[in-house]
Design a binder for this molecule. Structure first.
Ligand code: BMA
Length: 722
């Protein structure tokens, strides 16, 4: 609310103590094993049970279990949890950093990086218990984990191996039963458990299985399996797992454009349509299951099939992945490292190892997880943004060595061991804008916005890579949302409050510049909010359509960013309060499985049709030229057979020919695609307003400067400045 952020910084700078009391009865205390289970602690934590230390924790991203049987007593027990400010710890560690100044101080703490502030988020360095805490008491044996390995999956048969981990307190015989109501079968295994951890495998075969498909391609079918652990005729533990049967590969092979990078689902190349996802709040215990459900439904209704869980946030809660499984949304899952270079000492690496094992084991049975990715932009910063120049040659070699240990050794080893069928990708992006981007891997294209290039640059060949994992443009929240965190005196873009809720250094000036290029400067605050949203939508639609037209060269487009973690002017398409910006409506239209997309390429006006469907589609294409009074000046109707999974132009005409016959500045083009009476896609094209003269001058100036720098320093101007 308003500029509360500036008033509450002290909270993160202090240490905090949480104390509670709870009661334990005889029955619990008699159990062989009693564990205190913390699912999430933020972050440097000392735990005391009845005044005895029981746990020292140092990682937000994982759960902690401690045996506490000998510390408990019947009746009242006191639990004290003490948190040390991570700001203090970071400062201290930064002071001992062996290579001078670290790129950021948050690298020392395994906690969401965005808590320390981002270009769309405030600084709230939280401390506390962010997930449930409970006591678990058990006898004899229990399930520790289940991994379901899909050995073979096709239309005729699925062969699965259920790998149970069972903890036993003694040598004893046990049975495991596994059943699924859907296939109406029970599988079982008798086993001899040894004291400690045991592995038991059950093979399951399903004839003619129903496959799991992404949103738009079919049903995201899920099979429920229930496992039961029986010892001496008594049920000791029970678990349920939902499995989606699918094969998924990230295909990188040589082709006519370079090296591919696409998702192949159940043997079919699938174009990824989606967005980058950030945490839904600064305070992660706040979003409810309902909030998750609402957000993922908004993703589904915008025709998306992928989200990227970005590395500066956190490994999401189970419910997030459950919903993605249910609705057919694939997840590009980053490990939680972003925009920096991290330590590589043994203690740090061991901490990360435990975090990675914990999360990989927690998430690996979800069909929604498409791939694991090491980090966000750490490699880009090192390779393209000039970070090594901040250090001596020797130190930069050591920092890079630390990078390799973490992202080229530790994490891929963990994936190979715990989730071997999934693809590991060391860093997003592989390729950065300003360099040739189409040779392979994913691309973050920030020429528009950070590089202040016009929207038309989204369409340039050299800016479209094999998989566009980031690009974006800011828009403000709408007035109803702004009213929620402001009072009347704040209703000015330059007010203290509106500036506080804009975290990009030059956010508003950049928006102004683009408004000036494409529209006119708005007359008042409300109009500014409105036009900034229209502008954002126009820009991102240009990108999405260009990326989809470029299929199969480009096989994925994830704009930055889906959502917000507080009310702010940002790149999001849905604001903090869940309201759609104009962009989200445009995204929904631009992501339909069949899209008409008109464009001028090399002086030829072309009408593309892009289909993500797996079958050919017969449709009627209706093309119209209209003046601004709505009079039809020209009309053409054609029967078209749209090839499955393709992109190509179905109508071409030279721009010169059009100019001969029409005054292009006073007409518009309208294209409709119909299947019977059903409208599949509709789009407009304005020949005028392609851009204003001021933009031409600006672009000419930039390109000259760019070329000069490139020749001299062999890198783009932005990098040289950095
Ligand atoms: C991207 C992201 C974020 C950032 C966004 C907008 O590159 O990875 O770090 O918020 O740009 O600047």
């Amino acid at each position: 609310y308003r500029h509360n952020e500036t008033r509450y910084q002290w909270v993160g700078e202090k240490d905090w103590e949480y104390i509670t009391e709870f009661y334990v009865n005889k029955k619990i205390l008699k159990c062989e094993n009693i564990e205190l289970n913390f699912e999430g602690l933020d972050t440097y934590t000392e735990v005391y049970l009845n005044n005895s230390p029981v746990l020292s924790a140092n990682n937000f991203f994982r759960g902690w279990k401690v045996n506490c049987k000998d510390k408990l007593k019947i009746g009242k027990n006191i639990l004290k949890v003490v948190f040390t400010s991570s700001i203090k710890v970071n400062k201290e560690k930064a002071g001992n950093y062996p290579y001078g100044k670290p790129i950021t101080e948050y690298i020392f703490t395994r906690k969401p990086a965005y808590h320390y502030g981002w270009d769309w988020g405030p600084v709230y360095v939280t401390s506390g218990i962010w997930k449930p805490v409970y006591i678990e008491a058990w006898n004899d044996a229990r399930f520790e984990n289940l991994q379901v390995v899909q050995k073979k999956v096709d239309k005729t048969k699925a062969v699965l191996i259920f790998k149970f981990e069972v903890m036993s307190t003694k040598n004893q015989s046990a049975s495991i039963y596994l059943d699924s109501k859907i296939i109406e079968k029970t599988f079982s295994k008798e086993t001899q458990l040894k004291t400690g951890l045991n592995s038991i495998e059950i093979k399951v075969e399903i004839e003619n299985p129903k496959l799991w498909w992404t949103n738009g391609l079919g049903e995201a079918f899920l099979y429920d399996f229930t496992g039961k652990l029986i010892v001496n005729g008594k049920l000791k533990d029970k678990l349920t797992e939902r499995i989606g049967l699918r094969t998924l590969r990230v295909v990188q092979k040589k082709d006519e454009y370079g090296r591919s990078f696409y998702i192949e689902l159940n043997g079919v190349p699938v174009f990824m349509k989606g967005a980058n996802y950030i945490p839904q709040d600064m305070f992660l215990n706040r979003p409810t299951s309902k909030d998750y459900e609402k957000l993922i439904q908004q993703v589904v209704s915008a025709n998306m099939n992928m989200l990227r869980v970005w590395g500066g946030g956190f490994y999401e809660k189970d419910i997030f992945y459950d919903l993605c499984d249910k609705y057919g949304i694939l997840v590009w899952q980053d490990f939680m490292f972003a925009c920096s270079m991290y330590p590589g000492d043994d203690e740090f690496l061991e901490n990360v190892r435990q975090e990675a094992i914990y999360n990989v084991k927690r998430l690996r049975n979800h069909p929604c997880i498409a791939l694991w990715c090491g980090n966000n932009e750490n490699y880009a910063g090192w390779k393209y943004w000039g970070w090594p120049k901040m250090y001596s040659k020797k130190d930069s070699a050591s920092i890079w060595h630390d990078y390799e240990k973490l992202f080229h050794q530790l994490l891929p080893e963990i994936i190979a061991r715990y989730d071997s069928s999934r693809f590991y990708w060391p860093s997003s992006p592989k390729q950065n804008w300003g360099y040739p981007v189409y040779t392979g891997g994913d691309v973050h294209y920030w020429g528009v916005w950070h590089g202040q290039e016009p929207f038309e640059y989204f369409e340039k060949k050299e800016n479209i890579g094999r998989f566009m994992s980031e690009y974006g443009f800011q828009g403000t929240p709408e007035f109803n949302s702004v009213k929620k965190f402001t009072v009347k005196e704040d209703w000015n873009i330059n007010s203290k409050v509106m500036k506080n809720h804009q975290k990009h250094r030059i956010g508003y000036p950049v928006i102004d510049k683009y408004i000036n290029w494409y529209y006119n400067l708005p007359k008042d605050f409300k109009s500014y909010l409105y036009i900034s949203q229209v502008l954002q939508a126009k820009g991102i639609r240009t990108a999405i359509e260009a990326h989809r037209r470029a299929k199969p060269l480009c096989m994925g487009t994830l704009y930055w960013q889906l959502n917000d973690c507080w009310p702010v002017t940002s790149w999001s398409s849905i604001d903090y309060y869940g309201r759609w910006k104009v962009l989200h409506y445009f995204v929904k239209k631009s992501f339909t499985d069949i899209l008409i997309s008109p464009v001028i390429e090399n002086k030829i006006f072309k009408v593309y049709i892009i289909s993500d469907k797996l079958d050919n589609t017969r449709a009627i294409l209706e093309l119209l030229l209209k003046d601004f009074e709505g009079r039809v000046l020209w009309k053409k109707t054609m029967n078209v057979e749209i090839k499955a999974n393709s992109s190509k132009p179905y109508f071409n005409i030279g721009v010169a020919k059009l100019t001969d016959e029409y005054n292009l500045s006073s007409i518009l083009f309208e294209a409709k695609l119909k299947e019977g009476i059903k409208l599949l896609s509709k789009n407009f094209f304005y020949f005028f307003n392609y851009f204003k003269p001021s933009v031409y001058c600006y672009v000419f100036f930039r390109i000259s400067l760019f070329n000069l720098f490139y020749k001299k320093y062999k890198c783009p101007i932005y990098t040289s400045i950095l």
